[in-house]
Design a binder for this molecule. Sequence first.
Ligand code: TYD
Ligand code: MG
Length: 456
Amino acid sequence: MAVKDLTTRFACSQCGRIESKWLGRCPDCGSWNSFVEEVVKKSEKSSNSALVSNTNKMQPVKLSKVTVENNIRISTGISELDRVLGGGAMRGATILLGGEPGIGKSTLMLQMLALSTAARTLYVSGEESPSQIRLRADRLNIQSESVTLYCDTRLEELLKTMHKMKPDLMVIDSLQTLSSSDIPSIAGSIQQIRVCSMELADAARQLGTALFVVGHVTKDGQIAGPKVIEHIVDTVLYFDQAETGVRLVRAAKNRYGTVDEIGIFLMEERGLVPVIDPAGFFLGKRKMGSLPPGIAYTAIVEGSRTFLVEIQALTVDVKSGMPRVYSERIETARVLRVAAVLERHAGIRVTDRDVYVNVAGGIRLSEVSIELALALALYSAVSSKALPLKLVSFGELSLAGEIRPVVFPDKRAKGAYDMGFRTLLAPASSFELDLPLKIHRCTSIAEAIRLVSDTN
Ligand code: TYD
Ligand code: MG
């Protein structure tokens, strides 16, 4: 390629925004120092027009003439993953699996290829040699017969192999290792990542292949994050939270299902093991006859499942000047707001102390329904009075101190009952349950605090 055919531009390594000049801060995503220089062919300068015209080979058709194939979904053979995808991987779809190095992406993908119902599978690795992959497969004790390996990082060769093999299920591990010879920049640059994923997604669509692409999420600006291709792919899964050994797969975008489901895994000696019945998984294991002060339970709903979680609070005298809130699993702003409501409407003073809040099991809570339980945990911590043992609560708190209804009260109550809870503090909404669960419907935080302090 002659030098005169080349030109340079700048791309944000976080979100992919293109600029003709270098900028210190990206106007789209707000990242600092994220623009990196790219060399591109002149014809490609605007929106990869060459690629678009190349891939658009379809003729217009009437919607009524479009036929729908049977068996459009392929089971990954891993129930937790199927659920997150919305009932298996869709044929022709491209699914991005993002996550930090070491979280278990390669392990999950290899297990999936071995267990899935797909007839033809292909595992493309640009990171590990065939013998390393074989060693992992042996460790996972999987049927290596069912998986075809291909170790190459050249996009053009990969596309040829894909068209020849027509795999039903395919994995590319990882996107950051691929490169097209048409693009002058190095593998892992935003431009390579974008072009490779567009070409591969297009091939997957034509061949009806369910294509998983693995992308590393790193804080290092040199390697483009998977965010750059979120809009190209059909589904974006993130694999994260390695704390306490639990690994969660979540969908951040899903064209063929919801984004509410989570898949829960544990990494064990022989690979990732799904946590099949996780309702009580996040409960602290406690065998004592009573609770320590500062512990409250609530029920959260994630997709089709209910989980019981334990919120822990601790308050101590202020150590340095201003009181502070230390809370990683529940947003600090929410803890501060709930503490203010507790103080103003129930006379419990929290905000003049240092407050620590935690959630057992390392799960992050973002639902509004946890606010009542959070308030009870704070009350219990400040007053040093333990809450009743089998008490669970849910409800949103308004700034006026009211307890507001939340979605799926019956599901939460049933989930809590199944996990052994026998008393429920709930908003005054109209759900009925035919269970021996004592339900107190409270309209205000003051009433809820009175109730728990009376039961003690
Ligand atoms: P890996 O799948 O290579 O992560 P990624 O592809 O996301 O970078 O695996 C990550 C870790 O899991 C690695 O530190 C080793 C560990 N591991 C197990 O504990 N058990 C196993 O059976 C396997 C295969 C890996
Ligand atoms: Mg890997």
